[in-house]
Ligand binder design. Structure first.
Ligand code: ZN
Length: 382
């Protein structure tokens, strides 16, 4: 016997009574089948509802051949009457986002002729895959129209038309659906085959916001947030931008420009530091003829290379330089190729070394204390 889907008739039903048809031990608890349910199963890219049945948590709900199974934490007796409660705030967010997705998909289809070929809805956002390339400009236009449809507070009807009626309806549909087809009609905006609960009027969706989009397999994946998800996103971004604007003493609306300015200053400062470091290295090369292993905590690899290369070319011999701290150092060695190779082989024997090189230069990392490595090179290279 197929389960009566109470959510089909009334998407706002958050509590119901039903009779237990069967209850069997399952992997993590019990598989419970009722004669009717308001729990929407995981289907069509949307997560299932969660909630309670007689106080027992409903962890997962699935549908197979019209029979809906609830996975619950305790056992029930066949014939028993139970009370079900669904987590309605969570479900309502799903309804907002799913109805919002239909509006967006309908508009993309009408404007650009691209089909929705994949939909996923979780507890933070929805993703929609379209079989065509969408740009930011196109998505901005879609977002504008979609929100206009929300402001107009249009009616959303979900129903099962007769086969004859269905022949006269022009609707979007992703794939062949078994059994009677359910139509979700958003007046004047979109008509689509769909099994999920929807809000009754578009005004309930709240804001529809199209966020990131990426190209994939010749199409576009769009991330969207509607209603409460969009509100939480706005709150989070507002907090972030407020933090940035306080740090930079800039208006929220010009925070990005302030970051650009700061970045330019940072780049200039970096150039100055590089130039000073280069001069410092040149000076070190001039004056430190007798030092064979240098340690400079903050030098990058390029600076280590400059230092060892300068010392080797100016004063001869194999030269080593280290940076980093604790037990993790970067190193660079520079010298005549043949000698360098035998020194590097000894170095690898003595320490845990990763790296290599060619043309008279070896570099990499070593897990050791700086003092130990300096001692090794000063003894070996002098
Ligand atoms: Zn749908």
């Amino acid at each position: 016997m197929k389960t009566v889907k109470l959510y089909d008739e009334n998407a706002y039903l958050d509590k119901f009574s039903a009779t237990v048809v069967s209850c069997e031990k399952a992997e993590n608890g019990y598989a419970l089948i009722l004669d009717k349910t308001a729990f929407f199963p995981e289907e069509g890219g949307q997560l299932c509802d969660t909630g309670l049945i007689n106080g027992a948590a409903v962890n997962y709900v699935k549908e197979e051949n019209g029979i809906i199974t609830h996975f619950v934490e305790k056992a029930f007796s066949v014939g028993q009457t139970v009370e079900g409660f669904i987590d309605f705030p969570r479900r309502f967010s799903f309804m907002q986002n799913h109805s919002g997705e239909h509006i967006v998909s309908g508009i993309v289809f009408k404007k650009y002729g691209f089909n929705n070929v994949g939909f996923h809805l979780n507890e933070q956002f929805a993703t929609v895959d379209f079989d065509g390339i969408l740009t930011r400009e196109m998505l901005n236009a879609v977002e504008e129209s979609a929100n206009r449809a929300v402001f107009e507070n249009r009616e959303i009807k979900a129903y099962y038309p007769s086969e004859r009626e269905l022949e006269t309806i022009d609707y979007r549909s992703k794939k062949e659906i078994e059994g009677p087809l359910r139509i979700v009609d958003i007046t004047g905006v979109d008509v689509c085959a769909c099994c999920a609960p929807h809000v009754a009027r578009t005004g309930e969706i709240g804001m529809i916001k199209l966020l990131d989009f990426t190209k994939m397999r010749g199409g576009t994946r769009v991330i969207l947030k509607c209603g409460r998800y969009a509100l939480l996103d706005y709150q989070n971004k507002y907090e972030n931008i407020s933090d940035i604007s306080v740090l930079l003493s800039a208006d929220r609306d010009s925070a990005a420009q302030a970051v650009h300015n700061l970045w330019d200053k940072f780049e200039k400062t970096k150039q100055t530091i590089n130039e000073l470091t280069r001069k410092l290295i040149e000076n070190t090369v001039e004056t430190k003829k007798d030092t064979y292993c240098f340690y400079e905590k903050d030098y990058n690899m390029k600076q280590l290379q400059m230092l060892t290369d300068g010392l080797h070319k100016t004063h001869g011999g194999t030269r080593a330089a280290l940076s980093g701290g604790g037990d993790s150092l970067n190193f660079c060695l520079c010298g005549e190729e043949a000698e360098l190779e035998s020194i590097f082989a000894e170095f690898k024997k003595a320490f845990d070394v990763r790296g290599g090189g060619r043309g008279g230069m070896m570099q990499g990392s070593v897990s050791a204390k700086a003092a130990d490595v300096i001692k090794f090179f000063e003894e070996r290279l002098k």
